[in-house]
Design a protein around this ligand. Structure first.
Ligand code: AQP
Length: 332
């Protein structure tokens, strides 16, 4: 089976609806036809300040939500990034063949550092894409399912793999981005032109996977819409309703047209009520399963340890090869 790699940062207590539609749902579909590695990328998360106690908890919670959403930890390799030290080791090696200017061109770094200011921006944030390249290359991943915003980082990964291979001999598989559909992009319910995000300043427009159903219903009923009262898709003219239609379609597998037809002549209230039921019904079992897993952290930690062993086996073999190629004297 083709090897696949993807991950998410444990940057919040709960994942949000965009993570579910844009990543988890698609991972679940891909895992049957791929040898999949799904990581909780805690080393990426610390490129911005994290509270140590919270980070540990968020890491467990993120892993629990992967499993609850349908990632099978005995079919796919679901592990915590920092459990496999080779990520840091390979990232260092790749740092040495990454141009400073090349890294400085990454638009995500430019955006994030501009927001934070230079003094608050860490070297780790600058090197984030190199760590991501290490994640992917360690596992000989052929396919990397990511959102469009990560396209540039996968391009960098390809460049680094090719550069290493031509300098030191064939070592890494050159991966390909599998760009997830734009239709799987979810926007903030209160500001439907910005993407829904774990780290949004206000949580009013963010639907959390672990929210109580009553909270989820309220957030959807309060979603920003427009005044023309027609349930129809128009991304530019009606971003609020279009976003809600996308969510409805993604969670039910129905076409946007059939949903427009169903709500033809009905008000936004009815439409939102219908959507709220869809979201609550989808999330209720996921939430329940995640909370169940979290009630036994020792068992969850054991699952993660088993999976980290599997990940380490692959990663360490790649690392040995890379160290050998660059001429490190190996310990006798
Ligand atoms: N709004 C979204 N619509 C569709 N997909 C989304 N993803 C995130 N938000 C949306 C996908 O979820 C995965 C999460 O990757 P990440 O944790 O590395 O961080 P991110 O992409 O930056 O997601 P967040 O939720 O906005 O996290 P923070 O606030 O921590 O940066 C990716 O596959 C992403 O495409």
């Amino acid at each position: 089976l083709p090897r696949l790699y993807s991950g998410m940062q444990p940057s919040a207590d709960s994942l949000q609806l965009g993570n579910y539609i844009g990543a988890l749902l698609q991972w679940k579909d891909l895992q049957a036809s791929h040898d999949a590695f799904f990581s909780v990328v805690d080393m990426h998360a610390i490129t911005v300040a994290q509270d140590p106690h919270e980070l540990r908890e968020k890491t467990r919670r993120t892993a629990a939500q992967y499993i609850a959403a349908g990632i099978d930890p005995s079919a796919s390799t679901l592990y915590v990034q920092s459990h496999v030290p080779a990520h840091a080791e390979l990232a260092w090696v790749l740092n040495t063949i990454t141009g400073f200017g090349e890294a400085a061109r990454m638009t995500q770094f430019k955006d994030k550092s501009a927001k934070q200011g230079t003094e608050a921006t860490s070297v780790g944030l600058f090197a984030y894409p190199v760590l991501m390249a290490a994640d992917i290359l360690l596992y000989d991943a052929e396919i990397v399912p990511v959102g469009d915003d990560q396209r540039q980082h996968v391009e960098l990964t390809r460049d680094l793999a090719e550069r290493f291979n031509s300098r030191f001999g064939d070592t890494f598989v050159v991966p390909q981005a599998m760009i997830l559909k734009e239709s799987a992009r979810v926007y903030d319910l209160q500001s439907p032109t910005s993407k829904m995000s774990k780290s949004a300043e206000s949580h009013a427009g963010v639907v959390w996977l672990l929210d109580e159903p009553s909270v989820t219903r309220k957030k959807i009923m309060r979603a920003v819409t427009d005044t023309d009262g027609v349930v129809s898709f128009d991304r530019d003219g009606k971003p609020g309703i279009s976003n809600l239609l996308t969510i409805y379609a993604s969670l039910t597998g129905r076409s946007i047209e059939s949903i427009e037809l169903e709500y033809d002549g009905k008000g936004y209230g009815d439409f939102k009520k219908g959507l709220a039921e869809v979201v609550v019904e989808t999330f209720a079992p996921v939430r329940e399963r995640a909370l169940e897993l979290l009630s036994d952290p020792a068992e969850l930690d054991r699952i993660l340890a088993r999976n980290a062993d599997r990940a380490s086996e692959v990663a360490e073999a790649t690392m040995e090869k890379a160290y050998d190629r660059i001429g490190f004297l190996r310990r006798a």
